[in-house]
Design a protein around this ligand. Structure first.
Ligand code: 5GP
Length: 197
């Protein structure tokens, strides 16, 4: 198990066979040291991609994205889920259905901050059915920029997202990969492999 998987085992709460709660370090209270480690990990994995910008989605993607931007020394843009008064002018938008909230949001970023010269690393907290990641890919592609990869903090590998996004030709790097949340327990992909060795 890596540092994040150990933390999930210690502090994550399994709410159902499909939902993991990580409010104590990622989704509500944030552990800055852990976020820095996550940032270093993404920065190392995408070091050779010539990344010029990071794009994430509010709110839980912001902390890991900022730490990655800090290490890679590139700006971070977060897509908004609601139109704000100050976010006007030329917007790039996509529709995203939220798995946990069961609602559809129009996500948007300003054209000003992502353009065709950019090589973009997309970062998000969870990958479940892939809707958020696909929405982010869509707005980055609308800008003419290239999607150089997708960094996910926690991938629920038993759901469709990773497969869908990978099939579209994108490189997905997930720090923790969950094989199952059955019986109130978190089992990681690596753990299953380790058991077989
Ligand atoms: P997707 O669009 O891939 O279905 O879901 C991604 C989004 O849903 C993430 O940005 C995250 O906010 C939320 N999400 C999906 N599954 C979980 C989960 O098990 N726990 C938490 N806390 N959020 C989740």
């Amino acid at each position: 198990m890596n540092f994040l998987e150990e933390r999930i085992k210690k502090d994550g709460k399994v709410l159902s066979e499909h939902v993991l709660k990580v409010d104590s370090f990622l989704n509500h209270q944030i552990d800055p040291n852990l976020m820095l480690e996550i940032g270093k990990e993404f920065a190392a994995r995408f070091a050779n991609e010539g990344i010029t910008k990071i794009v994430t989605i509010e709110s839980s993607g912001i902390a890991p994205a900022v730490m990655t931007g800090l290490i890679l020394k590139v700006p971070v843009v977060f897509a908004r889920k609601r139109k704000s008064l100050t976010l006007n002018g030329d917007l790039l938008t996509a529709s995203v259905h939220s798995f946990t909230k069961n609602e559809t949001n129009e996500i948007s970023i300003s054209k000003k901050y992502v353009n065709k010269e950019d090589r973009v690393l997309i970062i998000d907290d969870f990958l479940a059915n892939g809707q958020a990641a696909l929405g982010l890919v869509e707005i980055v592609q609308q800008s003419g920029a290239e999607v150089s990869g997708i960094g996910i903090v926690i991938e629920k590998s038993f759901q469709q997202g990773a497969q869908i996004v990978t099939k579209q030709g994108h490189r997905v790097e997930s720090i923790a990969r969950i094989a199952s949340l059955k019986n109130g327990e978190v089992t990681f992909i690596n753990e299953k492999v380790e058991e077989l060795v």
